[in-house]
Design a protein around this ligand. Structure first.
Ligand code: SAM
Length: 286
């Protein structure tokens, strides 16, 4: 929308809570068969990817989201070699996965060629060349189909970097119990699943639906969340495994594994992850 402030993005954030962000420059607006995609420069946040009006990531605070999505799951696995990312258009999740020197193959599956192509063109700071890493394989297809056709026990870690459970239709089936059972089939013996799960504060019932589905499928699960400034809300993550308890990693183990694997981060470390696990799930008090 435009007015006195110039061009602004009216972000849906929560159902009863909206954000108004000043847009400095629009690089591209595209409508794909799945969603409307905007690449823009936001005042105070830098370059941003916006899908169906929801900010997906901004230059200023993307590390909070991507590091918290990737590293707890990667660290929990003793030696993650084959990693699957479903969604992840910007390539930043791929970038974080590839930091672990244990990784031999990182498969990213995004449904939308427009997000991936435009991210390559406009979001160099996000992917940082990760699409060209020899360990990367990128497929443009529905993650549901990819998982249904993937071989049993192939992956060590599966990372769901999808649009929110309440935003658009493309990602909804990938938050269902049936889908988590399919993911479990393609995970190896010490397999770990992690997903972003939207905001437990503003979309509590959708969050509970996702958490309940994961709880029914995996023996161990843990929940953590963080406030992301450009989203104006807390984002929740759920990590799960049948054999590895996410709470069993001490802050010292976490930092040691990052160090041994040559991983450098901007935000996450063992102490902060432990603190976020202790925080519990943020929900409205009424
Ligand atoms: N950072 C984001 C956030 O905060 O919500 C999510 C990252 S990412 C940009 C979301 C990606 O999920 C998009 O690129 C979208 O195309 C992809 N996606 C949605 N549904 C999908 C599906 N069924 N299979 C594969 N990718 C899907």
């Amino acid at each position: 929308m435009s007015g006195e402030e110039g061009l602004c993005l009216f972000e849906p954030a929560g159902r009863s809570f909206k954000l108004l962000l000043k847009v400095l420059k629009v690089y591209a607006v595209e409508k794909s068969p799945y969603q409307e995609i905007i690449f823009a420069e936001l005042d105070g946040f830098g370059k941003a990817l916006i899908i169906d009006n929801f900010i997906q990531s901004t230059e200023a605070d993307e590390a909070l989201y991507h590091e918290l999505l990737v590293h707890p799951a990667m660290v929990l696995h003793p030696k993650p070699s084959r990693v699957l990312i479903i969604g992840g258009g910007e390539g930043a999740t791929l970038r974080e996965v590839l930091k672990h020197n244990t990784v031999k193959e990182a498969v990213m599956v995004d449904i939308d060629p427009v997000v991936v192509e435009f991210s390559k063109k406009y979001l160099e700071h996000m992917h940082q060349g990760s699409f060209n890493d020899p360990r990367s394989r990128v497929f443009i297809m529905d993650g549901l189909k990819y998982v249904a056709e993937a071989p049993d026990k192939y992956f060590d870690v599966a990372i769901m970097d999808l649009t929110d459970p309440y935003a658009g239709e493309a990602a909804k089936p990938l938050y269902s119990e049936g889908f988590y059972r399919s993911v479990k089939r393609i995970l190896g013996d010490n397999g770990v699943l992690v997903t972003q799960a939207g905001s437990s504060y503003f979309y509590t019932s959708e969050y509970d639906y996702v958490a309940g589905n994961i709880r029914r499928v995996f023996k161990y699960m843990a929940e953590y969340n963080i406030w992301i400034p450009s989203f104006g809300l807390n984002v929740n993550f759920i990590i799960a495994s049948d054999t590895l308890d996410p709470r069993s990693i001490t802050p010292g183990d976490f930092d040691k594994r990052l160090m041994e694997r040559g991983v450098k981060t901007r935000f996450i470390n063992g102490g902060r992850y432990n603190g976020l696990l202790m925080l519990g799930v943020l929900k409205p008090l009424h």
